[in-house]
Write a protein that binds this ligand. Sequence first.
Ligand code: SF4
Length: 432
Amino acid sequence: MKSVDTVTEEPPDAKASESSPIHARPPGTALTDRFDKAIPRRVAPRFRMSERSASFLGEFYPQASIADWNDWRWQNRNRIRNLADLGRVIRLTDEETDAIRRHTGSLPVGITPYYASLLDPADPMQALRRTVVPLSGEHLLTPGENQDPLGEDGHSPVPGLVHRYPDRVLLLVTNFCSVYCRYCTRARMVGSVGERSVKKHDIDAALAYIENTPAIRDVLISGGDPLSLDDDRLDDILRRLRRIPHVEFVRIGSKQPVVQPMRVTPELTKILRRYHPLWMSLHFTHPDEITPEVEQACGRLADAGIPLGSQTVLLRDVNDDVDTMRSLVHGLLRCRVKPYYLYQCDPISGSAHFRTPVSKGVELIRALRGHTTGYAVPTFVVDAPGGGGKIPIAPDYVVGYDGDDLLLRSYDGGTYRYPDQGSSLEGPGEKS
Ligand code: SF4
């Protein structure tokens, strides 16, 4: 089988990064100072803008308009991609500076101006900052880690397609993301060899494979980030997929609505709504990502009839406490997004500083289940290294049997009996 590593990208299109329009922060300026500034000038935005974004725009991109800011292509062209530009919007620590200088290869630094506006310039421990600014831990390889922990490359019959389960495939349509998460499972390939989309002939080969494999009923479009493709390319892929009679179900996995919410344009939702049933998994990490802009983006997708679920990676010192996780899942429901999966962080190379013990995930689910709305509780899974798929791990609510009575523990610690004659349930205190 060919490797997904053979996927190539178009050259970067971020011309603006060659002569950055970012202006330096005046010394001593606090983040909160910037929120009080008036929204700069002129064009009525098609996408409602928070004061935070407006303030950041006024301070760091004074030549740009609100219309520029709300244009996802402008956001792409002006991504922060190097040490100098990042140093203008946050005060980098020696560790961050060193980690960026040492970085080579895939998973470069990439942060949209919008997402940069959410970073705390003064606090290196701020959750969002830790997810997008490299740390020295990235350069530390610990036992059990590897570049492809899920064994995707070994299940790739054509470049850009992973076929592990008989009835569904993962279609990787790009290795570009507008923001690169430092814990990315596909760190080995995203952002490599320049940036941008998979070549057309790769997509053609992948679609031909799907067409010639009648067992495939479900296609997950991922990458990189599929919503980083322009409308025409995305439309073309969806249309060709929908023409295949045995493809019943199409999903898109994306972080774009979170890191670049202005990508969710009326034109995009018009395209997406043509291809139902279409579901979407959005990648959220922390409640600070739930901004007025992101609420609008999720609302637009939901209004287009797209069921939305969230996928969250459990990360040390980012979202591994009950208050943060509760705040995230409640915020997601308000945005019409069902918390779907909470993932144990995959053991990619250089991920030890992000990984928690598995017991932490169980502890978080125990703190949510029964204590809040059932829709708010995600399924905690370990994606088994080597390709075993997602294995759910839940707190154990089964105490055992007393005769024919099943003994159960409730969410608040009480013990209850259920008359369970004839059951063959196995587990602790297995019925004899
Ligand atoms: S958006 Fe997804 S694919 Fe892109 S860097 Fe983040 S985790 Fe990886």
